[in-house]
Ligand binder design. Structure first.
Ligand SMILES: Cc1ncc(COP(=O)(O)O)c(C=O)c1O
Length: 496
């Protein structure tokens, strides 16, 4: 087993160094006002930028790169040892006891892992067809359960001042006792990708276990923002049965999706995917599946390089300390929230009391009388601020918050068959933070929003909507090819 070195810098010192060392922080684009500026990246909830040391580690690794299924040559030994080390690193990162849990890589994010686990539970609990999820879930923690598990029932959320908060534990318990032995499992997000609101996942696990069922946590957002403790609680009912996260949201683009699950659950059925690497013997008419984890869950040649990038990134997160990162994230999100609340015509969705309802990283909003698509386009074209807009793959949640917040406005259109398809109204703008965002970025963003609010009509006149419902500037054109043309770059690289 490879020894784990302790880094010379840790905690705050490492945080202060690393936050300036991400690829793409200095990228400049020419804007609609003729200025060329550095982009301000506020779309980390979709995908985080890449940590510099993770990329440099990958470059070092490539000198030895080999297939982990080869065994005897030096490169293969290095690849295999390092690939195995990353699995153990992930288990340590989420505090999952390796005696009980395994970690395997699949696809490029949570979606693939969630489909895998939904199929596993569908196979091992075929008599139970109810899956409890919350209304705040990303489609990736909803549709796989509908397709492979049975009927999804959405647990409502706490409501404070008519704003939605986290999962309501009393209602969860009510649903668990109502559906009883029909419940196959509960699956909830650790942190919402729309509002950044946390769910009390260990309490949810405890309730699920009290009613004899299992819990999956969608940690797509949580993994890079908060410490995770899957096992080792004094009360073991708080332990999590399976947790899934995405490497590309953990400062490691190009890396795989990660599933951590109890071995006892996975061993109760045959591996979902079959092929090379997961069998001990293959005969003409039969085959013998390996009993060894994670090999039996990882058919075929895996994304070895991506796993190395992920290992480097979470090693650094771990050395900074996830408790410290959470503290910083909460402080930055609270500061951003306070600034946004002070801006006129700002509508912020979800419970905005960050004391009773803490949030990390994401805030979704609209500006009164401006479409989300227009606001996102202005932020991009005039301020070089990258945000996401629309529904963030969480239609039921976004719809519920819009419905609740704009009840009066939408009364008139509620009678139509599907009012939410009246584009471009359905949607929000989301600002989301990563380790690299600074206080200056927050001020810059708040000033940009103030400008937009003060000059709504001026900005509106600068845009037209095209046939796809997108806001297009009347004069300014952006061409991605001016900044990145793959074949010209290949040509330059060949000539080097
Ligand atoms: C909470 C949450 N769950 C699931 C997903 C899906 O992750 P991926 O696109 O990596 O499969 C996302 C992506 O935004 C997410 O934020």
């Amino acid at each position: 087993m490879i020894k784990t070195q302790s880094t010379s810098l840790k905690g705050e010192a490492l945080y202060n160094k690393i936050r300036h060392d991400f690829i793409g922080l200095d990228t400049e684009y020419l804007l609609a006002n003729g200025k060329k500026t550095r982009r301000v990246y506020f779309d980390s909830t979709a995908s985080t930028l890449m940590m510099g040391p993770a990329l440099r580690t990958a470059e070092q690794f490539l000198k030895h790169y080999s297939n982990t299924h080869s065994e005897m040559h030096f490169g293969a030994k290095i690849s295999t040892q390092t690939y195995n080390w990353v699995h153990q690193k992930v288990l340590d990162f989420v505090k999952a006891d390796s005696k009980e849990y395994t970690c395997f890589f699949t696809g490029s994010g949570v979606t693939s892992g969630m489909n895998r686990m939904a199929r596993v539970f569908g196979q091992i609990r075929p008599d139970k067809n109810i899956i409890l999820i919350s209304i705040m879930e990303h489609h990736s923690n909803d549709l796989p359960h509908r397709k492979h598990g049975g009927q999804v029932v959405h647990i409502p959320l706490d409501t404070h001042d008519s704003n939605l908060g986290c999962v309501n534990l009393q209602l969860l318990e009510k649903y668990l006792s109502q559906y009883k032995e029909k419940v196959s499992y509960v699956s909830v997000t650790g942190i919402s990708n729309v509002t950044g609101i946390f769910n009390p996942m260990n309490k949810i696990a405890s309730l699920a276990h009290k009613y004899g069922t299992h819990v999956i946590v969608d940690a797509a957002q949580m993994a890079s923002h908060a410490p995770i403790k899957m096992s080792g609680h004094n009360d073991s009912s708080h332990d999590i049965d399976s947790l899934i996260f995405s490497g590309h949201k953990t400062y490691a683009p190009g890396s795989p999706g990660v599933v951590i699950a109890r071995k006892s659950i996975l061993s109760a059925t045959d591996p979902d995917e079959v092929g090379g690497g997961m069998v001990d013997r293959v005969y003409e008419n039969s085959y013998v599946v390996k009993s060894k984890f994670p090999d039996r869950e990882e058919a075929g040649t895996q994304n070895i390089l991506g796993a190395i990038i992920l290992g480097a990134s979470i090693e650094i997160l771990d050395q900074i300390g996830m408790d410290y990162i959470l503290k910083k994230d909460l402080a930055m999100t609270n500061e951003l929230m306070a600034k946004m609340i002070g801006i006129p015509d700002m509508v912020i969705y979800g419970d905005t009391d960050t004391v009773t309802c803490p949030r990390a990283a994401s805030i979704s909003f609209n500006i009164v009388n401006m479409d989300h698509g227009l606001v996102a386009a202005i932020l991009n074209d005039y301020y070089n601020i990258a945000v996401r807009n629309e529904c963030f793959c969480a239609h039921p949640y976004v719809e519920k918050m819009l419905e609740q917040t704009h009840a009066n406005q939408i009364k008139g259109i509620k009678n139509l068959d599907n009012p939410w398809h009246i584009e471009p109204w359905m949607g929000m703008v989301r600002v989301s933070l990563g380790l690299y965002n600074t206080r200056e970025d927050l001020n810059y963003f708040a000033n940009a929003l103030n400008d937009i609010v003060n000059k709504k009509d001026w900005f509106k006149n600068k845009y037209k909507i095209n046939e796809n419902g997108e806001y297009i500037h009347v004069e300014f054109r952006f061409s991605g090819e001016d900044y990145f043309n793959l074949s010209s770059i290949v040509e330059e690289e060949i000539k080097r």
